[in-house]
Design a protein around this ligand. Structure first.
Ligand SMILES: NC(=O)c1ccc[n+]([C@@H]2O[C@H](COP(=O)([O-])OP(=O)(O)OC[C@H]3O[C@@H](n4cnc5c(N)ncnc54)[C@H](OP(=O)(O)O)[C@@H]3O)[C@@H](O)[C@H]2O)c1
Length: 259
């Protein structure tokens, strides 16, 4: 889809990948960013003239329904939704005291809520795009991030099934896209993993990531695997278990220290 004169809603648009995409699209499109903290939304929209912001908690269906009413009233031409809201925590299943984290609620149920509420609106537009952001870790689970990896594999499956439904119901001009980022350390997602992220072989610069995603959306690519995610996809499909375990062991050393 041509990335001009669209009305774009980006969840998690106040930080990291979502904000990078919001800034790139702002020049030629109406861009609406959302996240939970109104003070951050105010700051981001003040720093990026023309950007519009509303608060939402994607894990809360009532909050998403409320956002839909605002969008219907204020921005009825909405024709692109990018699901970038997400969290990532380290979880050690062998430590009985470790708290379980909330990635299923935010990353998986949050994406389900947004897709469910906004897809019927997108389907009414002459042309529209839905982007669900997964992760290279949807292909190869990160040892230190079991719940995160499960949430992202879930979003991958969700996206494929929704694409199938759009095809089944003849929505030819509704593009359903999965973006699986590699590590992009210039964000606030996970302080320990991102600390020395630029030394990680699967790290990608934010500007390069944004350029790859913009190009992929313009070409209506169903799956966008920017930079090192191509390799993670191949490892996930074809590598034997021993290699997969070795590839992801590094995350345990970073997050929990050497044994
Ligand atoms: N950076 C990477 O290396 C990487 C790699 C693979 C995939 N990803 C995925 O890319 C997406 C963006 O991550 P990022 O690195 O840009 O992280 P980030 O800098 O921490 O940004 C996350 C954004 O999500 C918002 N958010 C979190 N929980 C929310 C909720 N319940 N409702 C609404 N908004 C919420 C945050 O704002 P508030 O806290 O104010 O709500 C923030 O705007 C995530 O889905 C992440 O899993 C990132």
């Amino acid at each position: 889809m041509k990335l001009e004169n669209n009305t774009v809603l980006i969840t998690g648009g106040t930080s990291g990948l979502g904000l990078g995409l919001a800034q790139a699209l702002l020049k030629h499109n109406t861009v609406i960013v959302t996240s939970r903290r109104p003070a951050v939304i105010e700051q981001v929209t003040a720093e990026n003239p023309g950007m519009i912001g509303y608060p939402v908690d994607v894990s809360d269906l009532a909050s998403v329904e409320h956002l839909k009413e605002t969008i219907l009233n204020q921005h009825p031409t909405l024709n692109m939704v990018i699901n970038s809201a997400g969290i990532m925590q380290n979880v050690n299943f062998f430590d009985a005291t470790a708290p379980l984290s909330k990635e299923i609620e935010t990353n998986l149920i949050g994406t389900i809520n947004i897709d469910k509420v906004f897809l019927p609106l997108l389907a009414q537009q002459p042309e529209a795009t839905l982007v669900n952001i997964t992760s290279g870790l949807a292909y190869v689970a990160s040892t230190a991030h079991p719940i995160y990896s499960a949430s992202k594999a879930g979003v991958g499956a969700l996206t494929e099934a929704i694409r199938g439904q759009a095809n089944y119901f003849g929505h030819e001009k509704l593009h359903i896209i999965q973006v699986a980022p590699p590590l992009v350390s210039e964000t606030n997602l996970n302080p320990t993993m991102h600390e020395n992220g630029e030394k990680n072989p699967v790290n990608m610069k934010l500007t390069d990531f944004v350029a790859a995603v913009v190009k992929g959306i313009e070409k209506d690519k169903p799956i966008i695997n920017p930079g090192p995610s191509k390799l993670l996809n191949i490892i996930g499909r074809f590598a034997p278990m021993g290699l997969r375990l070795r590839a992801m062991k590094g995350s345990m050393m970073t997050e929990f220290g050497k044994k």
